[in-house]
Design a binder for this molecule. Sequence first.
Ligand SMILES: Nc1nc2c(ncn2[C@@H]2O[C@H](COP(=O)(O)OP(=O)(O)OP(=O)(O)O)[C@@H](O)[C@H]2O)c(=O)[nH]1
Ligand SMILES: [Mg+2]
Length: 204
Amino acid sequence: MRAALVLAGGRSTRFGDRDKAVADLDGTPMIRRVVDRLAPVVDEVVINCRDDQVDAIDDAFSDAPFDPEFAIDRDPDEGPMAGIARGLEAVSAAYAVVVACDMPFVDPRVVQYLFERAEGADAAIPRPDEWFQTTQAVYRTEAMAPACRRALDRGDDRIVAPLADLDEVVVDADEIEAVGSLETFENVNTPEEFETAKARIQAE
Ligand SMILES: Nc1nc2c(ncn2[C@@H]2O[C@H](COP(=O)(O)OP(=O)(O)OP(=O)(O)O)[C@@H](O)[C@H]2O)c(=O)[nH]1
Ligand SMILES: [Mg+2]
């Protein structure tokens, strides 16, 4: 069993006064596009967000063939890694791909490959350049959730903090490009980046 955990509990401060998760990307709310791209390679979808976001996000799935499950932050604004912990605690599958809601070009072929690479390990984490792509990575649910909790308990909310407790596989750019596109990691933070993404989708 495989799950997708989509992270949406941020405040979109660089985006402006709207929640980027549900911003209209050429007719489709961004989070819906992300989930639609992941759906073919997973059995379960969990969305992590704040309580005040649920109605708008649920609306984005009103005509979807399934109902996503919500894992609502108990305390908001504790950072993305706290959101991963909360979300993974709601996941039933043994492995979950964690994807930020602002990655509209997430490539299902890459995600499928990450699931394969994670088998037998605690995680498969892409590192296409000097940075770990922790918000587009596959984790073993029962390893990552407690690793996040331990890091939070010791006051370390850095998104890479749980990795210290994991036996992870690191996936480089060549491996990603062999199965899909590095565009999978593009993320939308500003209105300008959103317009660029929209133009690219219109040209698809
Ligand atoms: N649960 C939870 N998720 C978060 C939090 N902060 C960010 N995220 C999520 O983590 C992912 C990456 O974060 P950013 O790209 O910085 O998004 P953001 O925090 O909404 O945007 P900025 O305010 O512009 O930084 C996004 O999917 C966010 O929804 C948080 O405090 N709690
Ligand atoms: Mg981002």
